[in-house]
Write a protein that binds this ligand. Structure first.
Ligand SMILES: Cc1ncc(COP(=O)(O)O)c(C=O)c1O
Length: 367
């Protein structure tokens, strides 16, 4: 048998999620509502609907490997040089490219945990060591992260807002942390959910400009609802971006993904609709969860983590029986919690109705 690289050996095989079709068949359900992947339940901008026919004559060509039009538009929006941007097949790809260009065997990645699982996977791919740093009260505590820095630390992965807890870091905490951390350590700020943060939140791009060892990651998968197109981007200083570019496959973002991203940026009304729905939906969750006496974490993303009143496994199957897929918190070491993506307002009402039934039943059983 051909032996795999030792880093790869340590990675648990990927557990593919069941297809929606197979779940429908298994549970005899006509419809399924998927609230497990933090996707956008309002869809995406209607402006992208005609891309295939509009671009028909271009489809047999390789796309622009530089994503020039999108690069120019985003450099204006974010007030950065075009060379400070790198595009990826979703931020999943960018996370892997960062690990591939920076992590050496034996070095360490610091990962505040629970968080997005891919940081750990890419660290192992490089035969480096993931060092998991526990959250404090469901939030990243940068003082604790700082204490874990060793001479082997190469990358610190910070998911802000953090998936699955939805918490955000304050400007002061981040600035103080960045001042203290040696510049030889790369700080990845994964901002997949940053567009959902409401109110006055500070400009992390300025933070990146002031710190040469910081890269920001953004995605079109969440607020713009383009998850199926696979497009995300990084913003960092030019030499950092150039290094990551060396390991990027030259043609990694399709023409239709580039076009969809450009068109989505033009549709601010859709973005506002998504934000309005998110705010109203989270408020409904807070109100109902308070009434049910279930613990939850106030979220700055398009998802919410809360206690289900029963074990996570049980909650997962009870929701599935009703045709709703949610995420069991046990996957993140948070047993008894579930993470539910914000749905349409009616979908959220349905989730909360089921939750009421679950809690009433488990209450009655206790009596
Ligand atoms: C924190 C975080 N980063 C990155 C991603 C991947 O996003 P993309 O669709 O851009 O690959 C996700 C997806 O859920 C995520 O939650």
């Amino acid at each position: 048998m051909v032996k795999e690289r030792s880093g790869v050996e340590k990675i648990a095989p990927y557990q593919a999620a069941k297809s929606l079709e197979s779940i429908k068949r298994e549970y005899g359900l006509p419809e399924i509502i998927k609230l497990a992947g933090n996707e956008n339940r309002l869809g995406c901008s209607s402006k992208v609907a005609n891309i295939l026919s509009d671009q028909h004559s271009q489809l047999s060509f390789y796309p622009d490997s530089n994503c020039t039009a999108l690069r120019e538009t985003l450099s204006e929006i974010h007030k950065v040089e075009p060379e400070q941007l790198i595009f990826g097949n979703g931020s999943f790809e960018l996370i892997a490219l960062i690990a591939h260009s920076y992590l050496e065997e034996g070095e360490e990645s610091l990962i505040p945990y629970p968080t997005f699982g891919w940081y750990q996977n890419v660290t192992l791919q490089m035969n480096a060591t993931p060092v998991m740093v526990p959250l404090k009260d469901f939030a990243i505590d940068l003082d604790v992260v700082f204490q874990q820095i060793s001479d082997k630390t190469k990358i610190i992965w910070i998911c802000n807002p953090n998936n699955p807890t939805g918490t955000i870091l304050s400007e002061e905490a981040l600035k103080t942390f960045l001042k203290k951390v040696p510049k030889s350590i790369l700080i990845v700020l994964d901002e997949a959910y940053i567009d959902f943060v409401e109110g006055e939140y500070f400009n992390t791009i300025e933070l990146m400009k002031a710190n040469e060892n910081v890269i920001l990651l953004r995605t079109f998968s969440k607020i713009y609802g383009l998850a199926s197109f696979r497009i995300g981007y990084g913003i960092g200083n030019v030499s950092l971006i150039q290094r990551i570019n060396k390991v990027r496959s030259p043609i990694n973002v399709s023409l239709i993904a580039q076009q969809a991203a450009l068109l989505s940026l033009e549709d601010q009304a859709f973005k506002q609709k998504v934000l309005d729905n998110n705010r109203k939906s989270l408020d409904l969750y807070y109100l109902t969860l308070d009434a049910l006496g279930l613990q939850y974490i106030r979220s700055h993303g398009n998802f919410i983590l809360f206690q289900a009143g029963v074990e996570g496994d049980k909650a997962e199957s009870l929701f599935l029986e009703k045709g709703i897929i949610i995420r069991n918190g046990s996957e993140f070491g948070l047993n008894g919690f579930i993470r539910v993506s914000v749905g349409t307002y009616e979908e959220n009402e349905k989730v909360l109705e089921i939750l009421k039934e679950i809690t009433q039943k488990s209450h009655n059983q206790e009596e």
